[in-house]
Design a protein around this ligand. Structure first.
Ligand code: DLZ
Length: 163
């Protein structure tokens, strides 16, 4: 059961604010779909378990992690959301492409957080192997999508409190 904080000074990292009135966007990259679907399921379930109504969750797909920047930007511009979660998975290959995609998406999402008033939560795995990603998308190391959803609820709460 979510615990409701009364104001920002009461903020406690172990408490999840009441999320039933918040709206969330989730942008999901199709590259490494087996991983990003696991991350999405973790995030979606965590939102539902924290009383977010199904109709308050909007999902959009984009081709790859690099497109998460544009997808999140358009989501912020066109949808009534309190936070956006971007979900992707970049796995190290033989070329430098990994570095450029990781750098690009990280900086792009950082820029959105600086430039706009709606928090964008970064749920992009940047792993050396597919196994590492499997382990973090519902495997032995948990689900980073779940953690991203809790972060999104906390940031939506902070946005509304700190006005
Ligand atoms: C091209 C590419 C490669 C090689 N690897 C990945 C990856 O591991 N994860 C991912 O999400 N996307 C990858 N992409 C696609 C890029 O993110 C992007 O979709 C293309 O460069 C087109 O802009």
């Amino acid at each position: 059961m979510a615990t409701v904080n009364k104001n920002l000074s009461d903020y406690n990292k172990n408490e999840v604010p009441d999320a039933k009135d918040f709206r969330f966007g989730i942008v999901v990259a199709e590259w490494n779909e087996n991983i990003t679907e696991g991350l999405f399921n973790g995030a979606y379930q965590a939102l539902i378990e924290n009383q977010v109504p199904v109709q308050h969750i909007i999902r959009w797909n984009v081709p790859g992690s690099f497109e998460l920047i544009y997808g999140a930007k358009k989501m912020l511009q066109t949808q009534n959301v309190d936070a956006v979660i971007v979900i992707g998975c970049v796995i190290q290959g033989e070329t430098k492409h990994f570095d450029f995609v990781c750098e690009g998406v990280t900086q792009g999402i950082k820029d959105l957080n600086v430039q706009t008033d709606i928090p964008v939560i970064f749920c992009v795995l940047t792993d050396n192997t597919m196994q590492q990603s499997i382990d973090r998308s519902g495997g032995i190391h948990g689900n980073k999508g779940t953690e991203a959803a809790i972060a999104a609820i906390k940031m939506a709460y902070i946005r509304h409190q700190a006005t």
